[in-house]
Write a protein that binds this ligand. Structure first.
Ligand code: HEC
Length: 192
């Protein structure tokens, strides 16, 4: 039994050293344009789905949308999301192409109308780790995120007129209002 435990501990130490060496020597890639590591896609997908199953809001959902809410969702989408996910007549731009490990889906090709709204809401509020998909809970209030969610449920084929017009002609949307300055990052770093 002692030999077994000793061997087990030795194996753990060797494993920790291998992982440490892989990180230290740059074998674990830091670049954004590589292929995923073996198992990376499986681990990311599985943990994402499990987290969403546990945490995503379940129906009935708040802020039942009017067509004006869906149009407001379209406006917020153009301001916050189009840079990666595109609009009706775009091809992937430099930002979208540069997110090489996991490409942002272009929603003019296929939307997320099959996904429950709670799942899409969760993804917008919390983002998706390791992919470049940001968390908007830090910058948009819940109602705005639901408006985007209800817009997403209808993209690209089931949009009411005003939202469809924005989706097809995004240049009519004004730039977003600037947000208040963030606290000084150096002071934040000192606190950690
Ligand atoms: C900086 C680029 C970037 C921005 C900006 C961005 N996303 Fe994403 N998004 C991504 C990437 C990359 C993925 C793919 C993640 C994955 O496959 O796990 C993604 C995935 C998604 C998904 C899941 C798609 C699917 O098929 O399951 C949804 C929904 C989504 N984004 C909505 C949005 C919305 C809404 C906004 C704006 C509020 C937004 N994204 C802004 C990069 C971005």
């Amino acid at each position: 039994m002692r030999g077994f435990i000793g061997g087990f501990v030795a194996a753990l130490v060797v494993l920790a050293l291998v992982v440490f060496a892989a990180v230290e020597t740059g074998v674990v890639p830091a670049r954004a344009d590589g292929p995923p590591l073996p198992g990376e896609r499986w681990a990311a997908r599985t943990s994402l789905n499990a987290t969403i199953a546990r945490q995503a809001p379940k129906p009935p959902y708040p802020f039942p949308p009017t067509d004006a809410d869906v149009a407001q969702g379209a406006t917020l989408y153009v301001q916050n999301c189009a840079v990666c996910h595109g609009t009706a007549n775009t091809t992937p731009n430099a930002v979208a192409r540069g997110l090489g490990v996991v490409q942002p889906p272009q929603f003019n090709k296929h939307g997320v109308s099959d996904d429950p709204e709670g799942e899409t809401y969760w993804k917008i509020e919390h983002g998706i780790r390791f992919t470049g998909m940001p968390a908007y809970g830090k910058s948009l209030d819940q109602k705005s995120i639901w408006q985007i969610t209800y817009f997403m449920k209808r993209v690209p084929d089931s949009l009411p007129a005003a939202a469809k017009s924005i989706w097809e002609n995004p240049s009519q949307v004004a730039a977003p209002t600037p947000m208040p300055a963030l606290p000084d990052p150096k002071r934040n770093a000192a606190k950690r």
